[in-house]
Design a protein around this ligand. Structure first.
Ligand code: ADP
Length: 457
C-alpha cells in the first residue's frame, strides 16, 4: 500500500478517535444539562404550587378535604401537575393529563426527582408535601415530559454522526492530497535513480526546493551522492583507459622488437643483444606496472592487509640508503640526521614507501647530483625525508603528482621506467599509517619529500 494512502488512513483513524471522544463528552454534558434544566423547571413549578395550596389552606384544614386551587395556571405544554390528599387519593389533575394519572410517588415514600413512564411517555417527576400548622395538608406532584429533551438529543446525535462522518472523509481526502504533495520529491528521486540505474547518467541532478525541510535535505544529499558517484565513475573510467594505455605501450615495444628479431635473421650479435635487452626492460616494466595496479586495486577494495607491529624506521632508512647506493649510477647518496625512531605499522609497506621515494629521487636527478636521506624526531611525529638536487617539479604540477598515472613529462618519465603509480601507492601507505606526505620543490634545483608518521612511545 502506498505511503500516501497509509498516512491518510492513519490521520483519519486518529481524527475519528478524537472526534468520537469529543462527541461522547459533548453528548454526555448536553444530556446532563437538559436533565438539570428539567429539574430546575420542576422545582420552580413545585415551589409556586406548594405556596398556592398552602395559601388556600392556611389553617391546615381537615386532611380529607383540603382546598385545591385551579391547576390550569400551573400547567404548560409537557408540564403536568397533580394534587393528592394526605392518604394518596387524587384531588385534582391538570387538564393536559387528560385521562392519564401520575404514579403516586408518595406511596414509595420517596423524595426527590425520578424518571417515570406514564402511558408510554417518559417523564421526569417529583413529589412534595404541603404542610400548614405542622400538618401535612396534601401532596403535590409535578412531571415534565422528556419529549423535548429527547428531540434535542436526537438531533444532536444526527449532527454529530453525520457531521463526524463527513469530517472524517474530508480529513482522509485532504491528508491523502497533502501527503501526495509532500512526498512528490520522493517520487521524483525514485524516477531519477531509476533513470540513472538504466543509463548511468551520473550527471543528472534533482531540483532542490528552496525549503530546508527533511525532503529538501534528502534531495541535496542525493545530489551530493550523485556528484561523488559521478566523480568516482569518471575516475574509474580514466583509470581504466590510462591503465590500458600504459599496458599497451610496453606490449607494443615488445612485439616490435620480437618482429625485428624474427625479420632480420643475420642481425649482428651486438644489435641482437641490445634488442633482447630492450625486450627484457619492457617485460620488467610490465611486471612492475601489473604489481602496482594490483596493489592499488587491493587498496581500493579494502583487501590490502596492513600488518601492525613496531618498526624501527632508522633501520629501514639505512637499508633504503644501501639500496640507493647500489642503484645510484653517478648520483651521490647521503645519509643525514639519522635519529632513532620507532613507529607502529607494516614494515614491508614502509620499506616500499621509502624505496618509491628514493627510486624517484634517483630517477629525476641527473648525474653529479645528490640524494639525501634523513630521519628526525619531532614529537609526536617522526619525519623521514628524501631530498634531491634533481629536475624539480613545476608549482602548478605539485597538486597532481599523487594522481594515478600522472607524470610531469610523460615521454621522459616512461623512458625512465616509471609506472606513474609510485606516489599514489606512497600516499596510500602513509595514510594507512595515520600520517601525511608533504612535498616541496624548486624546478631545476630539486625536491624534498617528507613523510610524517605518528611516533610510537
Ligand atoms: P613515476 O613512476 O612516473 O615516477 P610517480 O607516481 O612516482 O610516477 O611520480 C609521478 C610524477 O611526479 C613523476 O612522473 C614525476 O614527474 C614527478 N616526480 C616524482 N618524484 C619526483 C622527484 N623526486 N623529482 C622530480 N619529479 C618527481
Amino acid at each position: 500500500m502506498p505511503i500516501r494512502i497509509r498516512l491518510s488512513l492513519w490521520y483519519s483513524a486518529i481524527f475519528a478517535l478524537a472526534l468520537l471522544l469529543f462527541s461522547l463528552g459533548l453528548y454526555g454534558i448536553m444530556e446532563r444539562h437538559l436533565v438539570s434544566m428539567v429539574d430546575d423547571a420542576i422545582a420552580d413549578r413545585m415551589e409556586h404550587l406548594v405556596a398556592a395550596v398552602r395559601a388556600a389552606n392556611p389553617n391546615g384544614e381537615a386532611a380529607e378535604s383540603p382546598v385545591t386551587p385551579s391547576l390550569d395556571a400551573f400547567e404548560a405544554p409537557e408540564v403536568y401537575v397533580q394534587v393528592l390528599s394526605r392518604d394518596g387519593s387524587i384531588l385534582a389533575r391538570s387538564s393536559n393529563l387528560e385521562i392519564r394519572i401520575l404514579p403516586p410517588l408518595t406511596d414509595l415514600g420517596k423524595q426527590g426527582t425520578f424518571d417515570v413512564t406514564v402511558d408510554g411517555t417518559r417523564m421526569r417527576a417529583s413529589a412534595a408535601p404541603v404542610t400548614a400548622k405542622g400538618q401535612t395538608v396534601a401532596w403535590i406532584e409535578v412531571a415534565v415530559s422528556f419529549r423535548q429533551r429527547d428531540m434535542v438529543l436526537d438531533r444532536l446525535r444526527w449532527v454529530l454522526l453525520g457531521g463526524g462522518l463527513g469530517a472524517i472523509v474530508l480529513v482522509g481526502l485532504l491528508s491523502a492530497a497533502l501527503a501526495g504533495r509532500a512526498l512528490s520529491p520522493v517520487s521524483e528521486m525514485t524516477e531519477t535513480a531509476r533513470a540513472i540505474a538504466l543509463s548511468r547518467g551520473f550527471s543528472r541532478r534533482l531540483s532542490v526546493s528552496s525549503q530546508k525541510d527533511e525532503l529538501g535535505q534528502l534531495a541535496q544529499t542525493f545530489n551530493e551522492m550523485l556528484a561523488s558517484l559521478e566523480e568516482a565513475y569518471s575516475a574509474q573510467q580514466r583509470f581504466t583507459s590510462d591503465a590500458s594505455h600504459e599496458l599497451r605501450a610496453p606490449l607494443t615495444a615488445i612485439r616490435g622488437n620480437l618482429d625485428l628479431l624474427d625479420r632480420v635473421k643475420d642481425m649482428p650479435e651486438e644489435d641482437h643483444q641490445q634488442t633482447l635487452q630492450h625486450v627484457r626492460r619492457e617485460v620488467e616494466r610490465l611486471g612492475r606496472l601489473v604489481n602496482d595496479l594490483l596493489t592499488l586495486a587491493r587498496a581500493d577494495a579494502g583487501q590490502a592487509q596492513m600488518q601492525s607491529g613496531l618498526v624501527e624506521l632508522d633501520a629501514l632508512l639505512v637499508e633504503a640508503h644501501r639500496q640507493a647506493l647500489s642503484m645510484s649510477k653517478g648520483v651521490g647518496v647521503r645519509l643525514a640526521d639519522l635519529e632513532p625512531a620507532v613507529v607502529q605499522g607494516d614494515e614491508d609497506r614502509l620499506k616500499q614507501l621509502l624505496l618509491i621515494l628514493v627510486d624517484n629521487a634517483l630517477r629525476y636527478t641527473p648525474e653529479g647530483g645528490v640524494v639525501t636521506l634523513g630521519l628526525k624526531r619531532e614529537p609526536p611525529w617522526v619525519t623521514a625525508y628524501v631530498e634531491d638536487t634533481g629536475i624539480g617539479i613545476e608549482p602548478e604540477d605539485l597538486p597532481r603528482i599523487f594522481d594515478r598515472f600522472w607524470r610531469a613529462d610523460r615521454a621522459r618519465s616512461r623512458d625512465s621506467g616509471g609506472t606513474g603509480l609510485g606516489l599514489s601507492i606512497a600516499k596510500w601507505i602513509v595514510e594507512q599509517h595515520g600520517g601525511e606526505i608533504l612535498v616541496g620543490s624548486v624546478p631545476g634545483k630539486g625536491s624534498r619529500f617528507s613523510v610524517r608518521l605518528p611516533a610510537s612511545p
